[in-house]
Design a binder for this molecule. Structure first.
Ligand code: ADP
Ligand code: MG
Length: 355
C-alpha cells in the first residue's frame, strides 16, 4: 500500500555478486570449456587433452603442457580480476575486446568444484589446489586449504566437477547430456582447426575412443579432414586478403563449387577468438549462392584479424557476437575476394571439362 516504508538499499555480499556474474558468463558447460581452452593456449601449450562426463555437467577436465602456474600464484588464481596477461597496453585492448579479464576461473569456482594441478619447468614437483568461491579450499572438510605437492608433468590440469551444483534452477534446465556434449565437440573442433601447432584430443569419460584427435603437426586441411571429413577437405580453396584502410587481414579455407551442404558451416575467428556473426554468415551465403545449387551451402573457415581499437567491446559476453568498425566495408572486401577465388576455380573447371 501507499504507506509502506521504502526498503533500505544494501550492498550485496561480494560472493553473491560473483555467483550472479558467473551464471551470466557461464551459461552452459561449453562456455566454461571455451575459457579453459583459451587459457591453455595462452599458456603456450602444444597439447590439450579434454575429458568430459555427462555433457560436462559432472566433469570437465583439461590437461595441457603449457607454462604451468607458479605455486605462489595459486592463492590468488581464482580471485576475480587476477591475471598474468596484461603486460602492454595493446594486450589490455585485445583482452578487453572479449571481456574476460581474469574472470573465468573465478566464475567457475563460484558455481562448480574446481581443482588445479600444475607444474612449472623450474619446480621439482607439481602442486594441487582446490577452490571454492574464489578462494583456496580444503580437498575434504577439516583438511588444510594450502596447495599440496604431488607428482605431475609440466603444465596444468584443471578439473571442474558438478557444474551448477549450487544453481539448481540452471542445473535442472539441462535436459540432455548429449546435446551439451555435441556443443563441446563443436567448440573443441573449431579451436582444433584454428590453433595450428597444437594437438587436441577430446573424449567422453569411460569411452576408449576419442571424439576428436588431432596431432600437433597436422596442417589446416588435415585438421579439417579429421574433424569434418574427407569430402569437405578435398574441396577447399585457400584464401587470404587484407586492406589497411579498414585495418583488417583475413585468411582461411572455403569450399569450392563442387561441394555443398544443407546448412552453412562457418568457423569464424576474430582476433583468434571463436565468435558468431550473422552479418558475415549472410554475406558469405549470398556470395556462394550463384555458384551452388538451390539450398546448397558452403563450409568456410575464416580467421579475421582486426585492429583491436576497431573492435566494439560493447556486446554481451555469452552471445559470442562481435561488432567492429567498417563492418560493411570489411565484409564486402572479404566476400569480393572469395567470389574471385570461386570464379577462378569455376572457370578452370569448365575449361578443363571442355578440353
Ligand atoms: P584471464 O585468462 O583473463 O587472465 P582467467 O581467470 O581465465 O583469466 O585465468 C587467470 C590466470 O590464471 C591467467 O591470467 C593465467 O595466469 C592463469 N592460468 C589459467 N589457466 C592456465 C593454464 N592452463 N596454464 C597456465 N596458467 C593459467
Ligand atoms: Mg582466461
Amino acid at each position: 500500500d501507499g504507506n509502506a516504508a521504502p526498503r533500505r538499499i544494501k550492498a550485496l555480499d561480494p560472493d553473491v555478486v560473483n555467483k550472479i556474474a558467473a551464471g551470466e558468463i557461464i551459461v552452459a558447460p561449453v562456455h566454461a570449456l571455451k575459457e579453459l581452452i583459451e587459457n591453455a593456449v595462452d599458456a603456450g601449450s602444444t597439447s590439450l587433452e579434454i575429458l568430459v562426463k555427462d555433457g560436462g555437467l559432472k566433469l570437465l577436465q583439461i590437461t595441457d603442457n603449457g607454462s604451468g602456474i607458479d605455486k605462489e600464484d595459486l592463492t590468488i588464481l581464482c580471485e576475480r580480476f587476477t591475471t598474468s596477461k596484461l603486460q602492454k597496453f595493446e594486450d589490455l585492448q585485445e583482452i578487453a575486446t572479449y571481456g574476460f579479464r581474469g574472470e573465468a576461473l573465478a566464475s567457475i569456482s563460484h558455481i562448480a568444484h574446481l581443482s588445479v594441478t600444475t607444474r612449472t619447468n623450474n619446480s621439482d614437483c607439481a602442486w594441487r589446489a582446490f577452490y571454492d568461491s574464489g578462494r583456496l579450499a580444503p580437498a575434504k572438510p577439516g583438511q588444510p586449504s594450502d596447495p599440496k605437492p604431488t607428482a605431475g608433468r609440466q603444465g596444468t590440469q584443471i578439473t571442474v566437477e558438478d557444474l551448477f551444483y549450487n544453481v539448481p534452477s540452471r542445473r535442472r534446465a539441462f535436459r540432455s547430456a548429449s546435446d551439451e556434449y555435441n556443443k563441446i565437440i563443436d567448440m573443441v573442433g573449431r579451436y582444433a582447426i584454428h590453433c595450428h601447432h597444437v594437438a587436441f584430443s577430446c573424449k567422453k569419460h569411460g569411452e576408449s575412443s576419442t571424439s576428436i584427435s588431432v596431432p600437433a603437426n597436422a596442417s589446416d586441411v588435415d585438421r579439417i579432414r579429421q574433424i569434418y571429413g574427407a569430402s569437405v577437405a578435398s574441396e577447399l580453396i585457400p584464401f587470404s586478403t587484407s586492406d589497411d584502410r579498414w585495418g583488417f587481414k583475413a585468411k582461411g579455407l572455403a569450399t569450392n563449387a563442387n561441394y555443398n551442404i544443407k546448412k552453412t558451416t562457418l568457423l569464424l575467428f576474430i582476433n583468434h577468438r571463436c565468435v558468431e556473426s550473422s552479418n558475415i554468415r549472410k554475406a558469405i551465403e549470398q556470395t556462394y549462392s550463384p555458384f551452388l545449387p538451390k539450398n546448397g551451402h558452403p563450409f568456410v573457415y575464416l580467421s579475421l584479424e582486426i585492429d583491436p581499437q576497431r573492435v566494439d567491446v560493447n556486446v554481451h559476453p555469452t552471445k559470442r557476437e562481435v561488432n567492429f568498425l567498417n563492418e560493411d566495408e570489411i565484409i564486402q572486401a572479404l566476400c569480393e575476394h572469395i567470389r574471385s577465388k570461386l570464379a577462378a576455380v569455376d572457370t578452370s573447371r569448365t575449361f578443363l571439362t571442355q578440353t
